[in-house]
Design a protein around this ligand. Sequence first.
Ligand SMILES: Nc1ncnc2c1ncn2[C@@H]1O[C@H](COP(=O)(O)OP(=O)(O)O)[C@@H](O)[C@H]1O
Ligand SMILES: [Mg+2]
Length: 280
Amino acid sequence: MSILEVKNIKYKYNKFDESSKYALDDISFSIDEKDFVAIIGESGSGKSTLISHLNGLYKAYSGEILFKGVNIYSNDFNLTDLRFKCGIVFQYPEYQLFSETVIDDVAFGAMKKGLSKDEAYKKSVEVLKLLGIEHLKDEAPFNLSGGEKRKVAFAGVFVMDPDILIFDEPDAGLDPVSKDQFYELIKSLNNKFGTTIIYITHNLDDVIEYANKVIVLNEGKIVKTGKPFEILTDKEVMTKANLEMPYAVSIYYEVLKKGYEIDKTKLKFDELLNSLINLK
Ligand SMILES: Nc1ncnc2c1ncn2[C@@H]1O[C@H](COP(=O)(O)OP(=O)(O)O)[C@@H](O)[C@H]1O
Ligand SMILES: [Mg+2]
């Protein structure tokens, strides 16, 4: 079932300038429960603007967004509630940590949702445990490493029990090990709780590894949506979106060029390695 349906939304930042371009121009797509969706596109293509619509932070000029079948722009829709159900972790969220200790920061998120102080702290410890950072609970956020800070900021959103988790470039500025850990963490939450994941990234090899659906944007329009292998091996789409093919896809095409057959649908690292070993 669709958890989110975006129908023909349009948005521009400067509404008084008739000649200005739409930052989002007739965007439509749908997302199912438990999906792991990557939004890709070059800088300025509208990715961040798009996700800010998904929890009602920005309001589209026209079009509709349905959350679990209900139009979020209808008069009686509870937008505050949507912000909890559809949690956004913005780019470099660690800059927004402000409390003296990690646990205080996370509990602040829980109290916003209306939990009592006791409940909020109890819940925050559970979430820190789940994210593998319980040992940091009494640390001052500014003493932590980049990867740890990002997990704490993420905990502050996850503590609100969102049905959908949205990340704006969760991998930006993380070292390769922290980046992989972070993706594995998101994947485990997706598996364990069925949390729908939507994330923006420039790292297309990781898209093959983790996403089950991809949305490609260019100049505020959707170029294509589909499965990672469908999108990333589509030369026309990649050219149109000004994106470079990930390594896995380059390898795929090189192998084809050498006259071998290889399964296009299996481009994850392990799958590709297997295909290469078994080339005949
Ligand atoms: N606050 C803003 N005011 C005016 N224009 C903006 C603002 N934020 C983004 N834009 C413009 O909207 C377009 C889409 O930007 P954005 O959604 O940030 O793209 P992306 O996240 O893909 O890099 C760009 O042309 C950008 O310059
Ligand atoms: Mg952006």
